[in-house]
Design a protein around this ligand. Structure first.
Ligand SMILES: *Cc1c(COP(=O)(O)O)cnc(C)c1O
Length: 361
């Protein structure tokens, strides 16, 4: 069907939307392409969501809490913060959109790495923000000195996607110190997979710096990608701006089921810790297995690895894996076209990947 854009706004006509990784319809595939958790969410989250539906007095007839107070309290309790330092939204993608709308003032540019989460340039376009890329260094790391130029904002994924590399907290401190009038956004979608998450997360800096916003998500480490819950942590003045923006766009971004499920997930610390550790161990094993096959694997602090193998075409390997029922992610961008991003699966899934790779190579 040809789309008739006659009635579209100029803005709608100009958009180049983000393309998410494939979500195949049949499920006998080993799906290692979008960094979902290979394990299910906390059973307590599932029970809390069922209880919402079973509650005859309220159920879904009534609107949810507009500010998700119970969920924000659960997160505040977990991170040792107060409720007014916590914001939640419909996935961290929505939280990031509100961050773009709230803080990127458009007088000076937004700086971001050339290799990073590919939604950032899409949002820049949507919100009319002048985004300038700063190249990663030759080992795909971030050199904070490269950000020594005028800007209104800096956005980084940490660990970075798709490289998996972690930027030390001291470097984030340096960025925030050198750019006191700019917002520094740290997208911590994968931070729970850092070996020492407490030492890695910039949540520790939000009381020290009034210009740091940290975003996180329930989609990866909490295995709730289908529920769509994300959050931001910052000082109360920045959170108030996000609230104002949310309430000028959608007053109820999180439904009752999502609020209850997410809060129960946060409360179940034991389950979270066990699964998080399991994925980290599986990542170390997967890395060792890939190295044994001749791959170079970047040091990862995420639930995926970024790997390349000399003398082989990564796009070709991805296509061959696909035909054997194993999906991984390949990016066409020139600098990373020789790499594959492989999500950490269960032990069985990872073993299948390695077995098929052995045949292909
Ligand atoms: C997955 C991901 C997100 C989006 O998470 P949602 O909460 O599912 O919207 C944000 N940033 C990065 C770097 C991600 O990989």
């Amino acid at each position: 069907m040809t789309i008739d854009t006659r009635l579209w706004s100029d803005k709608a006509k100009s958009l180049t939307p983000y393309v998410p990784g494939e979500q195949p319809k049949h499920d006998n595939l080993v799906k290692l392409n979008t960094n979902e958790n290979p394990f299910p969410p906390s059973p307590k989250a599932a029970a809390a969501m069922q209880a919402v539906l079973a509650d005859e007095a309220a159920a879904l007839r009534l609107y949810p809490e507009p500010e998700s107070d119970h969920l924000r309290d659960a997160l505040a309790d977990y991170y040792g913060l107060s409720r007014d330092e916590v914001f939640v939204g419909n996935g961290s993608d929505e939280v990031l959109a509100l961050v773009f709308a709230c803080f990127f003032k458009k007088t000076r540019p937004l700086l971001m790495p050339d290799i990073s989460y590919s939604f950032y340039p899409v949002y820049a376009d949507t919100f009319g923000v002048d985004a300038q890329t700063v190249p990663l260094n030759d080992s795909f790391g971030i050199d904070v000195d490269d950000y020594d130029k005028p800007c209104d904002a800096i956005i980084l994924a940490n660990p970075n996607a798709p490289t998996g590399k972690l930027l030390p907290l001291d470097d984030i401190r340096t960025l925030a110190t050198r750019h006191p009038d700019a917002i520094v956004v740290i997208d911590e979608a994968y931070i729970d997979y850092a070996d020492d998450v407490k030492a890695a997360s910039a949540i520790a800096l939000i009381r020290e710096f009034d210009n740091i916003v940290v975003t996180q998500t329930f989609s990866k480490s909490r295995a709730l990608a289908g529920l769509r819950v994300g959050m931001a942590f910052a000082n109360p003045s920045l959170i108030a701006a996000l609230m104002a923006m949310k309430n000028s766009f959608n007053s109820y971004p999180l439904d009752r089921v999502a609020q209850a499920g997410a809060a129960a997930s946060v409360a179940d610390r034991e389950y979270f810790e066990r699964r998080r550790t399991e994925v980290i161990e599986l990542r170390h094993q997967l890395t060792a297995d890939l190295v044994a096959l001749g791959f170079d694997v970047l040091p990862s602090a995420a639930n995926f690895v970024f790997a390349t193998i000399a003398g082989q075409d990564a796009a070709d390997i991805a296509a061959k894996l696909r035909s054997e029922g194993v999906i991984v992610r390949h990016f066409k961008q020139a600098r990373i076209k020789d790499y594959l991003r492989i999500s950490v699966g269960t032990a069985e899934q990872n073993a299948r990947l390695i077995e098929v790779l052995k045949q292909i190579l």
